[in-house]
Every structure is written in C-alpha cells, then in structure tokens.
Design a protein around this ligand. Sequence first.
Ligand code: ARG
Length: 285
Amino acid sequence: MAPTFLMTDPGHFDVSYTINPWMSPAAWTPAHARAARAGSAALSWALQAAGARVEMVPAVPGLPDLVFPANAAVVLDGVALLARFRHPERQGEEAPFRAAFETLKRRGWIDRIVELPDGLVHEGAGDALWDETRGVFWTGHGQRSDAAAAEVIARTFGRPAVALELASPHFYHLDTCFRPLSGGEVLYYPQAFTPRALAAIEARIAPADRLIATRQDAEALCVNAVCLGRTVIMARAPAELKARIEARGYTLVEVDLAPFILSGGAAFCMTLRLDLVSAPQGVPA
Ligand code: ARG
C-alpha cells in the first residue's frame, strides 16, 4: 500500500471557540479562511510530491476542527481505534470521523474499527505517536487524553506504549511537542513535559538521536511535522531548525500553515497516516 494520509476539506475551518491557548476567535478574519484553503492544498501537494496518496474527509459546517484528522483515531496494522474528545466543541466530530472510517473499511483501506472503553477520553494519533524505529507508541496525557488510554492502546495493537505526561497547556497534544523521525531521531520540546516524562524519553532515546526543539521551534508548531521517508514536512521553520534537520540528511519542506497555527495545529495533525504497519514489510515481526 502506498503511503496514504487522511486530510479534511478546510471549507468550514475557522477559529470560533477557545479550547487551547492558541485560539482567539477575535483574531480570525475572512482572509484567514482563504489562506487556510491555500495552506491545506499546499500540504496535500507536498505529501503527494513526497510520494503519498491523500484521501479527503468532507467538511461539515459547525465543526471547524474537523481539519485535524490526527485526532480522529489511532491507526496501525489496518486497525483504527476511534477517538473520544474531551471538549464538547469537538465531540460532534466523532460521528463524521466514524462515517469516514466506515467508508475506508468498505473500500479496503482499514480492516477493523475498534471503540475505546466507555468513559475514556483519547484524542487519537495526536496523543499516540507510532515510533517505527523503536516499535513503540509514545502516548500523551494530562491535557486532553486520559492516562489510562495508554494501556488500551498497548492492548489493542499488541505493542508497548510509553506514557508521557504533558505539562504545558500550549502543548496539549503530544504531537505538538514530540515527533519521531524515520531515521530514529526524535524532535521534541523538553519544556512541554513533566520531569518524569522527560526521564522516560531520555531512558529510551540515545543522546545522538535527541533533536531538541527550541522555544521558537515549538512556538512555530514545527515539531508538529510529517515525516515520510527522508522528507520532513512542517510549518514555516526557523532557519536553524531547518539547517539542523537537513544536516541529518532529510529534505525539509515548509508549508505556510499560519491560519491553522491560530487554532493550535499544523502539518502533522492536519493528516492521519492510514497505512502504518508495526513490522516493516518483508521483515518478520
Ligand atoms: N483547535 C484544535 C484543538 O484544540 C487543534 C487540534 C490540533 N491537533 C493536534 N493533534 N495537535 O483541539
């Protein structure tokens, strides 16, 4: 299966409520809506230029954050564990995302759809990042997702989950402050984590593989990046970060995602990878 990403049509995206410190409805203008359409199209083109396919979820009026399908589900090995949202503002997304997954299942992109246990909140791949190098999920909790979801993810996918507690309201999903790259490096922003979570990171990631994001990198939401092979796609990046990533042998592609940053999201969370497998193809598990 070619690398395949879910994205959502940005036709009804705006910032009309506040559920994280980035969101200010008063700052939103019609020009942002136009720029959002251009930014989403540019991201889709960047993914396709890197060799991926893009599947689009239709926009739904009144659900602006539907443009962040990373929060729809955790997907690995053809299994989709559907999300449950913390905030009422986003709970309306659960039905259209479920419908999107049912369509993907009918079309053979997904084998099985799994529900979270009752009462548990977990916001999908935004708080569960698959690390292909280490064969583990890194999960985030403490801002949006429940800590207990780590165990459910480990059981559902039969892979270990390393639970990391998030300490900052600005970095409320793990994907805003932590990004494993295909070569084994991890780009992360230490200030977003509790001391215990940082210790868990440092216990598992060798110093040579730690790419420490600066405050400027984190505030540009550049940690929220897509990595596809040796291509890294992110929002407009500080020059030093660009140089550091390119020095590791990656091609960095920047996309202007300013309107989405006003909602607290960027490249990674505007996508959801559908074809991840726990054992690389051709290699026994
Ligand atoms: N406004 C959205 C929210 O607060 C942004 C979500 C971004 N998603 C992510 N996985 N980082 O929920």
